[in-house]
Design a protein around this ligand. Structure first.
Ligand SMILES: [Zn+2]
Length: 323
């Protein structure tokens, strides 16, 4: 079966109970397509959306979504599961790290997008129309980018109705990670935009630095299966995890003030005090250009691991742990 035949056969709305289909969704107004697998249970129910590759070098989430699309069958679910394992296809095939190749934009800053815009904006608009609007629940699988170390954690939306926030929190608590972050934004990102439209959603972060391991992929899949069981899609019987998740708030995402060489002081997951030096940017002679100090007690969620840091790009993300 070639890709075109698959694409021609893919119509999410026309699939029947007991069907599983693979294919592609066309980004409106372009000739670019992204892959999708849809599994329809024999028993009617709600629809779960799972995406990977919003950031195309976040391989743990992409590989987990590919394996989930192979493993989930109509026999084991009630309702429908839609899996789009790689939304930023051109970023993946050109290995741009996170950005869409054609316009160098970050897809997770562009939701809800526009059909009149650049490829990234068109992609966001297509994801909203073809995926978000069909979903009752949404899991977006991420990872540290190709140049970032990251401690596993989960985001749930803060800018949504109480009901959506509570359901998203229930989903987030199923995830086997030490930290949970309540997001304060309602647009830009895929999952938080979906949540602002009424879909309980989470974003899972696991993996780092352009590497994926079978262990991390398995942990992602177990988290998804645990959520599916909790929401009534399945009965996989995945054991509950033993982590006591800690909620992290006031997450800071400082941007790089000046390009140079980056020397982080801590490792991800390390806990520090207000006023501690977080890291230093130096020039090519080893002279200090900039020092970043923490403005509160907190934990490092992710940080740039490459020697190079680029002006206005990400530097570190950290938040305050609520005890
Ligand atoms: Zn990401």
């Amino acid at each position: 079966m070639n890709e075109k035949e698959r694409f021609d056969k893919m119509n999410i709305d026309e699939l029947n109970p007991g069907q599983k289909a693979t294919g592609f969704i066309n980004i409106e107004g372009t000739d670019v397509m992204f892959p999708v697998t849809v599994i329809v249970g024999y028993e009617k129910g709600r629809t779960l959306l799972i995406t990977g590759g919003v950031h195309s070098a976040e391989y743990v989430g992409i590989q987990a979504a590919i394996e989930l699309s192979q493993e989930i069958t109509p026999e084991v679910i009630k309702g429908k599961v839609i899996i789009a394992p790689l939304l930023n296809v051109t970023g993946f095939t050109n290995r741009t790290m996170s950005l869409v190749y054609e316009d160098q934009k970050n897809l997770n800053r562009e939701f809800p997008g526009s059909v009149e815009g650049t490829l990234t904006e068109k992609l966001a608009a297509t994801v909203v129309k073809e995926l978000h609007k069909k979903a009752d629940f949404y899991i977006d699988l991420h990872c540290g980018d190709g140049y970032e170390t990251l401690t596993p954690y989960v985001y749930y939306p803060g800018m949504a109705t109480d009901e959506v926030v509570q359901k998203s929190l229930e989903m987030a608590k199923c995830v086997h990670v030490p930290y949970r972050v309540k997001s304060g934004t309602a647009s830009g990102g895929s999952y938080n935009y979906a949540a602002s439209c009424g879909i309980p959603s989470i974003l899972l972060e696991r993996g780092q630095c352009g590497i994926w391991t079978e262990k991390e992929v398995l942990e992602d899949k177990e988290d998804v299966y645990r959520i599916m069981d909790t929401l009534g899609f399945s009965n996989f019987g995945i054991e509950n995890h033993s982590f006591e998740q800690r909620e992290v708030t006031d997450v800071r995402y400082p941007e790089v003030p000046i390009s140079g060489c980056w020397y982080p002081r801590f490792e991800v997951g390390n806990i520090f005090k207000k006023g501690d030096l977080i890291g230093t940017i130096k020039n090519y002679f080893g002279e200090i250009l900039y020092e970043y100090y923490a403005d509160m007690d907190g934990v490092i969620l992710y940080q740039v691991a490459s020697l190079t840091v680029i002006k206005d790009g990400p530097l570190v993300a950290y938040g305050h742990i609520i005890d």
